[in-house]
Structure formats: structure tokens, C-alpha cells
Design a protein around this ligand. Structure first.
Ligand SMILES: O=C(O)CC1=CCC(=O)O1
Length: 96
């Protein structure tokens, strides 16, 4: 199942720099591992903002919830999710 996931990152201004840099490093490793597994299909920066638009390819809602809630930056993000289905005009046979 495909989902569009929008993540807006809100880092508190008073957080310790070393703490947040360590969280960001874990976030990067986690995101890259999921991309290698094919579960995090697309990861795009939203130009001009500390936010991303992502496409996840997961078995079901429960797997998406599990992956998202384990993001190291999860406590610092506003996240919106939208389920996707194949567009009838799409030429990409694997988009389902
Ligand atoms: O910087 C972001 O948009 C948050 C994030 C998600 C995956 C990652 O590596 O950073």
C-alpha cells in the first residue's frame, strides 16, 4: 500500500546542539535503511521549509504507523498521511 506522508520538523530552539545532531544522524540512518528496503520510496525536501514529502510503500496501516512512530525525529514533527491508489492515466505499471 502506498501512502503520501508529509513531515514538518519543529526543533525546539533551546535543545542542546549535540543532542539534536545525534537525533538527526539516527534519523538519516533510519531513513536510508528504509529506502534501501524499498519501504520509503521517495523522500523530497519541500523547498523553502524544514519539511519533506515522502512516499511509503508498506503492507498496511499498522506497518506505516510502526515505521513513522519509530522515527527519531517523531517527537518533533507534525505528520500528515494520505493513502494513495493508482491513477487510471498513470503509465507506471508498478504504482499500486
Ligand atoms: O529533514 C527532514 O525532513 C526529516 C527527515 C526525514 C528523514 C530524514 O533523514 O530527515
Amino acid at each position: 500500500m502506498l501512502f503520501k506522508v508529509e513531515m514538518k520538523v519543529n526543533i525546539p530552539h533551546d535543545i542542546d546542539a549535540d543532542v539534536i545532531n545525534e537525533i538527526k544522524a539516527r534519523e538519516k540512518a533510519y531513513a536510508q535503511d528504509l529506502q534501501r528496503q524499498g519501504k520509503w520510496r521517495h523522500l523530497w525536501r519541500v523547498a523553502g521549509s524544514y519539511a519533506n514529502v515522502s512516499i511509503f510503500d508498506v503492507a498496511d496501516n499498522a506497518e506505516l504507523q510502526d515505521l513513522i512512530s519509530n522515527l527519531p525525529l517523531f517527537p518533533y514533527m507534525d505528520i500528515t498521511v494520505a493513502p494513495l491508489c493508482r491513477h487510471p492515466s498513470s503509465i507506471h505499471e508498478d504504482d499500486r
